[in-house]
Write a protein that binds this ligand. Sequence first.
Ligand SMILES: NC(=O)c1ccc[n+]([C@@H]2O[C@H](COP(=O)([O-])OP(=O)(O)OC[C@H]3O[C@@H](n4cnc5c(N)ncnc54)[C@H](OP(=O)(O)O)[C@@H]3O)[C@@H](O)[C@H]2O)c1
Length: 260
Amino acid sequence: MSKYPFTCALVTGASSGIGQEIAVQLGMSGVPLVVVARRGDRLEALAARFKNVEVIVADLSTIDGVAQVEVRIVDSSKTPIDLVVNNAGFGSSGLMHEIDVDRLAREIQLNVLALTRLSHAAIKAMVPRGLGYILNVSSVASFQPSPRLAVYSATKAYVTSLSGALHEELRGTGVRVTALCPGLTRTEFQNISSMEQVAREFPDFAWLETKEVACAGLRDVARGRALSVPGVFYKGLVTVSDFAPRSLVRRISSFATGRH
Ligand SMILES: NC(=O)c1ccc[n+]([C@@H]2O[C@H](COP(=O)([O-])OP(=O)(O)OC[C@H]3O[C@@H](n4cnc5c(N)ncnc54)[C@H](OP(=O)(O)O)[C@@H]3O)[C@@H](O)[C@H]2O)c1
């Protein structure tokens, strides 16, 4: 018997890192999966490991790519999806005006627009059924402005805020929404977001493993928690940033992201 209460889960960004580990944890528990990303070969490799895995190759920074996934979420002729994990995302490190503006637009399309549309489709399908779970992957970067990761932290602030609001809006409907806010986690993210140099300066205790993040997120969404912050270090950091003056939090954040 599965240790999770999910009948069928859809995971975006399942070809790497946190999303892949979430898919693996669910697959190992026997939960049927719909996995989404652009790299189809990676998704096929995942499908070969577990039974009942459906692959959707889609670019979620495009309207057509998002529409492909929306169609699957609302498709009542197939197994209903009762967990949607909006995990696909990336960042762009550097001074905002020096980063290609089209890249920033794609970042917003993926981190914000795709996540919003897929949450919308999922909630619309789940509310009449009186059951469902949404796990939106945000970041500890969502709790303060992050100079040199300005657009990324702003997209994640949106994700944490939206998820918290939806959690309350849906109280009593049977649909639970959780924001998963990991700190630094070893994945392809640092390379794709040009953060390798900054990341090297962080001590070992600041790093999380994908398994710890995936297990915390799945446990907390199954329990219907509004917020999931994996690891004692980051739980403490989030609590402190809740109480510290905003100007101080901004300055500390500036040091953490490399503006010395
Ligand atoms: N790693 C960290 O330190 C960290 C910390 C806090 C939060 N997060 C968040 O965790 C989530 C997962 O990141 P990760 O660390 O696991 O990074 P990752 O290893 O780079 O994985 C990102 C995933 O997103 C998918 N993706 C990227 N662009 C896409 C697009 N346009 N369309 C569809 N899928 C796309 C990638 O698949 P394809 O390339 O195959 O499309 C990949 O599967 C992100 O939302 C990130 O912001 C990460």
